[in-house]
Design a protein around this ligand. Structure first.
Ligand code: ZN
Ligand code: ZN
Ligand code: ZN
Length: 375
């Protein structure tokens, strides 16, 4: 996680993103945006400091002003090599200086500022001291759709990440499950994701038997047995963009009930996918998937939202959940991942990343959604 994302974006791409962010901030009534190292900074500039430390690094965007990246002097050479360096001004500060005062001096207007969600509290407190009379909004609350609509190059990268996750599933279904620990299969998943081009593995969930009924279970020492349902949910970043897919497999022949639950989840996933359409509210995806599960009598066992956005992170807006009235827009990418979790018994989840097209949705995961029997 050093240097810049290898994504094929030019300085002009980053300039356009920074300009759009500043315009959106003005439209939202903000005097400016303060962006700390993390996904927003990567998306806006391609820059990731070698280490995120107590030394302040912040991108300052304000309507009508040129973008400024405030960096510690000792990191300035790195920042100068970042992809957007030619379209922003670097303002470095030495350890003897107060970086919050430096930042405050860059803002012509005070008022309400958007600040990236992951900014360290000590930095926000320092900025508040240096900028009396300002108030702050979390960037994701103020501009939830800033990164929500992907351009053609981003869609290509997300599709490639999805294809790599699909290759991972095609390989993992061939490995032996029975007699091995969940953590062994989890290691296999991580190795495969890397083999197929991921630079970062964010999660490898292997939920066997009763562990599959806990959607937050990652991997444990449980030895997988014949007769187990196994939820496999894995993803990470490839060339700076995320993958995230889930398939639920069965060790040996499933029971009739296991098949029925899997069929319900598969039908729910299909219904959620079919609800994807530009102009339709995100909550309709959740409603469509949930209705299938509720009608089948498993409503109380579907205990999470139907989906989340994906881009330079594996979880971001928009969220597919009741109450989310944000209309879908071509280029949005998000998961459709209903599940049924029977406590103490087993769980089933099926997840694809879907992108909104001009007239519907396109899946970026395309492995079979039928139940796969593994050894
Ligand atoms: Zn079973
Ligand atoms: Zn997932
Ligand atoms: Zn997901």
């Amino acid at each position: 996680m050093t240097g810049s994302t290898p994504a094929p974006f030019t300085a002009d791409d980053y300039r356009a993103r920074m300009e759009r962010a500043a315009r959106s901030a003005a439209d939202a009534g903000l005097a400016g945006l303060l962006v700390a190292p993390g996904p927003d900074m990567v998306w806006l500039t391609g820059y990731t400091p070698t280490a995120v430390t107590e030394r302040l690094t912040v991108l300052v965007l304000a309507p009508g002003q040129d973008p400024v990246l405030v960096v510690p002097t000792l990191e300035a050479p790195d920042a100068e090599r970042s992809p957007a360096a030619s379209v922003l001004t670097l303002r470095d500060w030495t350890d003897a200086k107060d970086p919050y005062a430096v930042t405050a001096g860059l803002l012509d207007e005070r008022g309400r500022l958007g600040i990236s969600d992951n900014t360290w509290a000590m930095h926000l407190l320092g900025l508040q001291r240096a900028l009396p009379g300002t108030s702050y909004a979390a960037l994701t609350d103020a501009l939830p759709m800033l990164r929500g609509v992907k351009d053609a190059a981003e869609l290509e990268l997300l599709a490639a990440a999805g294809a790599a996750a699909d290759q991972t599933f095609e390989e993992i279904r061939k490995v032996p499950f029975a007699g091995r620990r969940e953590s062994d299969v989890g290691h296999d998943l991580a190795d495969l994701l890397r083999r197929f081009g991921h630079s970062q593995v964010d999660f490898t969930i292997v939920g066997s038997g009763p562990n599959g009924a806990n959607p937050h279970h990652e991997v444990g020492d449980r030895v997988i047995r014949p007769g187990d349902m196994v939820v496999l949910d894995f993803g990470g970043l490839k060339d700076g963009y995320g993958s995230d897919t889930t398939r639920t497999v069965h060790v040996g022949e499933p029971t009739e009930e296991e098949r029925r639950v899997h069929d319900v989840v598969r039908a729910a996933q299909e219904a959620g996918f079919r609800a994807v359409r530009p102009g339709v509210a995100c909550q309709e995806v959740d409603r469509a998937a949930r209705a299938v599960i509720t009608d089948a009598g498993y409503g109380e066992y579907f205990i999470h939202r139907t989906g989340h956005g994906i881009g330079v992170t594996t979880h971001e807006p928009p969220y597919m959940i009741e109450g989310e009235e944000q209309p879908m827009v071509p280029g949005m990418c998000f998961s459709v991942e209903p599940g049924v979790y029977l406590p103490g018994r087993f769980g089933v989840r099926i997840e694809d990343i879907v992108t909104v097209t001009g007239d519907g949705g396109r899946r970026l995961n395309n492995t079979t959604r039928e139940m796969v029997v593994v050894d």
